[in-house]
Write a protein that binds this ligand. Structure first.
Ligand code: B12
Ligand code: SF4
Length: 422
């Protein structure tokens, strides 16, 4: 999948006369190969983009790289934004960038190139310094150059696009929405590109023969109905490529789903997260009924759009019976495909704070892998075996459904499989 953050940063730096490239540390690469790749690129500044899940590897790799190369290192992305103290405490990291990176990174590059101190730059926390102030969110987003596509891994003309930043919903488990809280008092974080700006990027891709399918990576594509309506109208006049997106069931209706289908939308991913209305309402702050999922999934299928859904298992204060309700709802909803993840409390989120305050989170959590298979928490009402039991039922259901659909090498829809991994 694409690393859009670094691709946005690179195009911004290039637009201001600097050179930037992306070294992708893929899972198959050994530490030695990554170090070699960085050495060969011979950077003046090394930027590391990371989510919490990537933190442990990033920390190890940066430590190794710094033993060989005397290059300043700046970390950015979700983990650096919400765990900056831990990042700066690790050997090899000189700076942590909090929040949006384009303007901050440019200023850092130019400050270092001029041999000046980076203390006092907005968004940039210097090792040993004080927490920085944040600059205002970039407005309008159209001001940003298009992401540097040459750095993205997009085979088969499957383009990954971001049309907005920020999500207004208050989900307690979500890292994305925490940007809104981070920027509170600084400026409105929720912004969207204009239709013309998005269409211009698509035109470029189409002209280069690189547009066979679009994955919209926006957190919730369907937030603003008038924007979506106009987008559908304009898109279908010019483009044939099908596309997929993420939505929340509260943000769509039958009419919109038909409009999206007509424009070319062939797949929507919805977060169901739990089968228990109590868990959604009280723990996740998502007061939506199971009936709404039934209705929206039916409308989506009737419009000719595939439905993908996601579920979470093992939330704090969830009971064993509620875990089973989640499985039962997943079985009933019968989607084209679904993902299921053991809950992990991401730093910065409300549920992270709950888990820490209630003693569910081990103190050394940052030295343990952040995965979605085994719970990192010690929960009073739920044992790991309870979670395992339901996880295994989910696994069996998925295998059964794939067999029923006759998934085989010649029937696999590659784009759908790629998209579902989000
Ligand atoms: C697209 C996406 C994916 C894609 C690609 C991920 C990727 N590497 O980009 C795929 C599908 C692979 C994916 C997978 C997963 N994802 Co995801 N994903 C997203 C999503 C929806 C958009 C990311 C994006 O492109 N944003 C647009 C760009 C422009 O923003 P950005 O990346 O934040 O970058 C900006 C700044 O952070 C900063 N910045 C970033 N890097 C750097 C580096 C430097 C040096 C500097 C200075 C600045 C800087 O500047 C950038 C430009 O302003 C986000 C939600 C979100 N809104 O962020 C979740 C999100 C990042 N994903 C998340 C999760 C949990 C996952 C999964 C674990 C899901 C799962 N259960 O399997 C996996 C594992 C991913 C992994 N390897 O760590 C969480 C991460 C929470 C956390 N603290 O780590 C998020 C926030 C979703 C959420 N609701 O909580 N994901
Ligand atoms: S709707 Fe999705 S992206 Fe928005 S806050 Fe909730 S989980 Fe996060």
């Amino acid at each position: 999948m694409a690393s859009l953050g670094p691709a946005f940063l690179a195009s911004f730096l290039r637009a201001h006369g600097h050179e930037a490239t992306l070294a992708r540390a893929t899972l198959e690469m050994t530490d030695g190969a990554v170090t070699r790749m960085v050495r060969e690129a011979a950077p003046d500044l090394l930027g590391v983009s990371m989510t919490t899940r990537q933190w442990q590897r990033a920390r190890r790799l940066v430590g190794m790289i710094r033993e060989e190369l005397n290059v300043p290192v700046v970390a950015g992305g979700l983990h650096a934004t919400f765990s900056p103290e831990a990042v700066l405490a690790a050997p090899g990291f000189d700076f942590a960038c909090l929040g949006e990176g384009e303007e901050a990174l440019l200023e850092l590059v130019e400050t270092l190139a001029a041999g000046r101190s980076a203390h006092g730059l907005a968004n940039i926390w210097v090792r040993g310094g004080f927490r920085p102030v944040l600059r205002k969110p970039i407005e309008p987003l159209d001001r940003l150059p298009f992401a540097a596509r040459d750095l993205l891994d997009e085979p088969y003309g499957v383009a990954q696009l971001s049309t907005q930043r920020g999500c207004p919903f208050p989900c307690t488990y979500c890292g994305a929405r925490m940007f809104n809280e981070l920027y509170e008092g600084t400026g409105e974080y929720g912004r969207r590109r204009s239709h013309q700006n998005v269409l211009a990027e698509l035109r470029e891709l189409q002209a280069a023969g690189k547009l066979s399918y679009i994955i919209f990576l926006d957190d919730t594509f369907t937030i603003h109905h008038p924007w979506v309506k106009e987008f559908c109208r304009l898109y279908k006049q010019e483009f044939q490529a099908k596309f997929c997106l993420h939505a929340r069931v509260e943000t769509v209706n039958e009419k919109m789903l038909h409009m999206l289908a007509e424009a070319g939308c062939d797949q929507i991913t919805y977060g169901v997260e739990s089968g228990s209305e109590r868990v959604r309402r009280e723990i996740m702050h998502r007061p939506v009924t199971n009936e709404r999922f039934r209705d929206v999934f039916r409308w989506t299928k009737e419009a000719g759009i595939r439905v993908i859904s996601n579920y979470m298992l093992g939330l704090p204060e969830e009971t064993r019976a509620e875990l089973h309700e989640t499985y039962a709802l997943a079985e009933e909803l019968d989607c084209f495909d679904f993902g299921f993840f053991v809950f992990y409390p991401y730093p910065g989120t409300h549920l992270f704070t709950t888990c820490r305050e209630k003693g569910y989170l081990p103190v050394d959590y940052l030295t343990r892998p952040a995965n979605h298979r085994k719970s990192i928490l010690t929960l009073p009402g739920l044992a790991q075996s309870d979670i395992d039991e339901v996880y295994e039922k989910f696994t069996a259901l998925r295998v059964r459904r794939e067999r029923e659909r006759g998934f085989g090498a010649d029937t696999v829809d590659h784009a759908a499989l790629v998209a579902q991994n989000g």
